[in-house]
Write a protein that binds this ligand. Structure first.
Ligand code: TYD
Ligand code: MG
Length: 474
């Protein structure tokens, strides 16, 4: 426990030495815009009744430290004399997490881990803190949401009762900061940004002013030392952490933990990453003892390998640098009345509407009298256009009640004209398909390169009609 140290007293002394000038601003809870006086509507985003009075006492301490940097010239250094953050990355202990972070935690950085309540953020971060501690570095878990005994109970389930892992329970930002500064761990988890409050602001915990202050203070603490701070944030109704764009610019990376609450698959995705790519996804599975890496992520999104059924098509998606075999499922059923329903999970519904129109116009498949449902198996979300062909094929397969031929996968972009374009890096996808036991990848013509044509197992179709002919069983 960190309670032995006298950091609280230190900190109080430090806070008392400043004489705060009180300043009132009104912060929009929707977009975070500040306004000097109250108004019914936010001038920046147009939302109604979202301005909340926030009284801020400026921190002289912070102004001083900034001035010191400028006065002392400490911010200027020859680039050759600096070491890059790459060199000192701290592996998280879970490969899938490292993949998304870009190789591990970067000392002196702050990352925000967002996700729906109950998705597993606290579980994941406690696991990471425990791995860091087990690896011989110090880790601190600051909980503002659960009691110490609750966290201890979870730690027992996930094998996280290890030396070098400290726990601090507080809802006060100053106390949390003091704890981090006194322990100076390699990794500090702060759970969560919505439950800590700064005494300098009057707004309640979770209000935009508070959330922003918490993140900004912790970002400063991270930058000043070698600690990587992982800040937990719950996703709000609008689907972002604490109102759109209020936090994302304050942190170095924003990582979302996603998944269906009742399913066990969890995906990690970076929405922003100053130290790596935002294309990578990490695939994890929630088990009885916490989140675990899955054995073969590529196979993970295939529902089954039994006899092909109508309405199902497999694509090889390229998420970042990793190919994933993903099953697209479509169901079309005669609509009973009114305008037919179109519902999707894991795919943009507009993409599906476009493909329905292309199928009608260029493949003679009329779905206008049918309800249409399209799913990506396993809770994955696919945005790349290369999934077009598999979506269109699943739709056609369902309507015609003809399954996709055994051993066939699809990857290609469908144009409004019905023409097909090859998926980027078709060779890489074909290789993965072959590894998983498929023998044909149906795709479109790639621009320029004709060599791909000769590759064994690659079936090139010029348009959607030709592709369906080559794909669906007779
Ligand atoms: P939690 O980490 O508390 O979610 P968050 O912090 O994002 O709100 O996760 C809660 C869920 O995870 C809960 O429904 C139980 C489940 N869970 C497991 O399935 N296995 C485990 O080992 C643990 C610790 C939790
Ligand atoms: Mg939690």
């Amino acid at each position: 426990m960190v309670a032995r140290h006298d950091w609280l007293a230190d900190h109080r002394r430090h806070v008392r030495s400043s004489v705060p000038a009180v300043k009132t601003t009104y912060l929009c809870q929707q977009c975070g815009a500040a306004s000097p006086k109250w108004a019914g509507q936010c001038a920046a985003c147009g939302a109604w009744n979202t301005l909340v009075e926030t009284i801020a006492a400026p921190r002289p301490a912070r102004g001083l430290s900034a001035a010191r940097v400028i006065a002392g010239g400490a911010a200027v250094a020859a680039i050759g004399s600096l070491t890059s953050a790459e060199a000192s990355r701290l592996p998280s202990g879970i490969g899938e997490v490292d993949r998304v972070l870009g190789g591990g935690f970067v000392p002196g950085s702050i990352i925000l881990i967002g996700g729906d309540p109950g998705i597993g953020k606290s579980t994941l971060l406690l696991q990471l803190a425990a791995r860091v501690a087990a690896g011989g570095r110090r880790a601190l878990y600051v909980t503002a949401e659960e009691s110490a005994s609750q966290v201890r109970g979870r730690a027992e389930r996930i094998g996280g009762v290890v030396d070098g892992l400290d726990l601090a329970t507080t809802t006060d930002l100053d106390t949390a900061v003091a704890a981090i500064e006194s322990v100076s761990p390699a990794l500090a988890v702060v759970d969560s940004v919505q439950t800590l409050t700064s005494p300098d602001l009057t707004g309640p915990a979770g209000s935009v002013g508070q959330v922003r202050e918490v993140a900004a203070r912790l970002a400063e603490v991270a930058k000043a030392g070698q600690t990587c701070i992982a800040l937990v944030g719950h996703v709000t109704k609008e689907g972002t952490v604490a109102g759109p764009r209020t936090l994302e610019h304050l942190v170095d990376a924003v990582i979302y933990l996603e998944g269906e609450r009742l399913g066990s698959t969890r995906l990690l995705r970076a929405a922003k990453n100053r130290f790596g790519s935002t294309d990578e996804v990490g695939v994890l599975e929630m088990r009885g003892d916490g989140l675990a890496e899955v054995d073969d992520a590529s196979r993970f999104f295939l529902e089954s390998d039994e006899t092909p059924t109508a309405g199902s098509a497999v694509t090889i998606a390229l998420e970042g640098t990793r190919p994933l075999a993903v099953e697209i499922q479509a169901l079309s059923a005669a609509a009973s009345y009114g305008s037919p329903r179109r519902a999707t999970t894991g795919i943009d519904v507009n993409r599906v509407l476009m493909l329905i129109a292309v199928l009608a116009r260029h493949a003679g498949l009329n779905l206008s009298g049918h309800d249409v449902y399209v799913n990506v198996a396993g809770g994955l979300r696919i945005d790349e256009p290369a999934a077009d062909l598999a979506i269109a094929t699943a739709l056609a397969s369902s309507l015609r009640e003809r399954p996709v031929r055994r051993g066939t996968v699809l990857a290609g972009e469908v144009a409004l004209s019905g023409r097909l374009r090859s998926a980027v890096r078709a060779d890489r996808r074909l290789l993965e398909a072959t590894r998983l036991g498929f023998d044909r990848l149906v795709t479109g013509q790639s621009r320029g390169a004709r060599s791909a044509q000769r590759e064994q197992g690659l079936v090139i179709a010029s348009d959607i009609r030709e592709a369906l002919e080559a794909t669906l069983e007779r």
